[in-house]
Every structure is written in structure tokens, then in C-alpha cells.
Design a protein around this ligand. Structure first.
Ligand code: UDP
Length: 239
């Protein structure tokens, strides 16, 4: 399957549907970035982070912000929730008898995530699980090199997880690594996703902000500034 990439604020975004993204990822290795406006804003200030995104093997539009941004530029691309993509990849990798590793989140969240995944996907082959509060990164890299997972999920928040996964590409060139943000918190059952109707309306961000008001400062002013910046991009057709 060929990638069809569009640009948003100078950064690439893949236009695959959910199913095609899963299919593409299943037969790839390297790095999956589930891009959102906060990451785009950060990449515009940080060239190294921008380069990591540009060199990713798959960049999926995570959330309504990116969907709206692309729409303003005339591209109708449907958003792909990173948490759903990652979950589907675990199922598909498991169905192909491929192994999985998890890195990230608090120890008790990770433990509960492993327990829940094992219950829900009995055939799952988790070859390594490490919480996200380690001090010696090299030990984790060495352990991963040993475990050789086919699929690696990193829940370290952004940009940590993208930087981590970028390093993994050199260490484990055959692995597919995806940064999954707060997904373990959801899979552990500790954090609930917004009800489906909120998701469908593209208001999951609002639901999460209402539930966890400290997220407010992450969304504002980033989200409105992002939209303004894309409108400017549209008007001047340059970033
Ligand atoms: N996290 C971690 N190590 C760190 C910082 C964060 O494991 O040093 C975890 C955190 O516990 C959470 C996840 O990374 O499970 C990211 O959560 P966040 O809500 O920031 O994700 P996002 O909103 O970016 O999806």
C-alpha cells in the first residue's frame, strides 16, 4: 500500500483510513507517530522533534484538531484515535503470533494494563513490560534489545515517547514502535474515555478537560493558536 501524505504546518500526515493504517502498520517496522496540535506546535519550535516526525514510517491524525486543520487546508481526512489504533495493532500482531512489549505509565497502571490485556486477548505474548518512571534508559534499551518485541507501545507522553521510539529504530530495526500517550491509563480502567457520542462529535478533548481541569492549560492556548496558524497557512499558502 502506498502512503499518501499531506502537509500540515509543514509536517507530514498520512491520509490512510483506520483500516488501511492498521494494515499498513501491520506490515511495517519503524515508528508510528499519532500526531496532534500540541506535537505540531512543539515541532515548529524544535527541529530535532520535527525531524523525528518527518522520519516516522506512519503519521496518523490523532484527534479533531488535526482533522480540522487538514480540513481548513482542503484535505478531508478522518481522525484516527491513537488509543484505538494501538489496541487494534495489539490484536492484529497477536493474531499473527507476533510479540508485544509495553513501556510507560505508573507501575500500578502498567500492571493493571498487562492484566486486562491478558484477560481480553488470551493469546497475547508480552515479552517485556516496564513502567515509565525508570532512571536508567540504557537498561531499558538493553532489555528491549534482548526481548526483541515485534510491536512496542510506549506510553511516556509526548515528546518523550517519540524520542524514545526514534532511538529504538536503531536498536530494533525490525520492531514497530508506537507512542500511545495516556492509553495505558485507559486500558487499566483508571481513566475512562469520553462517551461515544462525545467522541463522534469531536468533543473528547472537552470531556477530558472537564474531567481533569489541569489539562486545560495544555489545550489553551495551543489549540486556538494552532487553528489560527493553519488559517494563516491557508491564506498565505505558506507556514
Ligand atoms: N508518563 C510516564 N513517564 C513519564 C511521564 C509520563 O510513563 O516520565 C506516562 C503517564 O503516566 C501517562 C502517559 O505517560 O500514563 C502520558 O499521559 P498523558 O495524559 O500526558 O498522555 P497524552 O495526553 O499525551 O495522550
Amino acid at each position: 500500500m502506498e502512503r499518501k501524505i499531506v502537509k500540515l504546518q509543514g509536517l507530514p500526515v498520512d491520509t490512510f483510513s483506520f483500516d488501511d493504517a492498521v494494515d499498513y502498520a501491520l506490515h511495517s517496522h519503524g515508528q508510528v507517530v499519532t500526531i496532534n496540535p500540541e506535537m505540531i506546535a512543539y515541532a515548529r519550535k524544535n527541529k530535532d522533534f520535527a525531524a523525528i516526525i518527518e522520519n516516522a514510517e506512519l503519521i496518523t491524525p490523532d484527534g479533531i484538531g488535526v482533522e480540522i486543520g487538514l480540513k481548513i487546508l482542503g484535505n478531508s481526512v478522518k481522525r484516527i484515535a491513537g488509543v484505538e489504533l494501538a489496541r487494534k495493532l495489539i490484536e492484529m500482531y497477536t493474531a499473527e503470533k507476533k510479540s508485544v512489549a509495553l513501556v510507560g505509565a505508573k507501575p500500578e497502571i502498567l500492571a493493571k494494563t498487562v492484566e486486562n490485556l491478558k484477560n481480553q486477548i488470551p493469546e497475547i505474548n508480552i515479552v517485556y513490560a516496564q513502567d515509565g518512571y525508570f532512571t536508567d534508559e540504557q537498561t531499558v534499551f538493553d532489555a528491549l534489545k534482548n526481548a526483541k518485541p515485534d510491536l512496542l507501545l510506549t506510553a511516556l507522553g509526548s515528546p518523550k515517547q517519540e524520542i524514545f521510539n526514534n532511538r529504538i529504530k536503531e536498536i530494533l530495526p525490525q520492531t514497530l514502535a508506537i507512542g500511545v500517550g495516556g492509553s495505558f491509563d485507559v486500558w487499566s480502567g483508571v481513566v475512562k474515555r469520553a462517551p461515544v457520542i462525545w467522541q463522534k462529535l469531536g468533543l473528547e478533548w472537552l470531556y477530558r478537560t472537564l474531567k481533569e481541569p489541569k489539562r486545560f492549560k495544555r489545550i489553551f492556548p495551543t489549540l486556538p493558536l494552532f487553528v489560527l496558524s493553519v488559517i494563516k497557512e491557508r491564506i498565505f499558502r505558506k507556514v
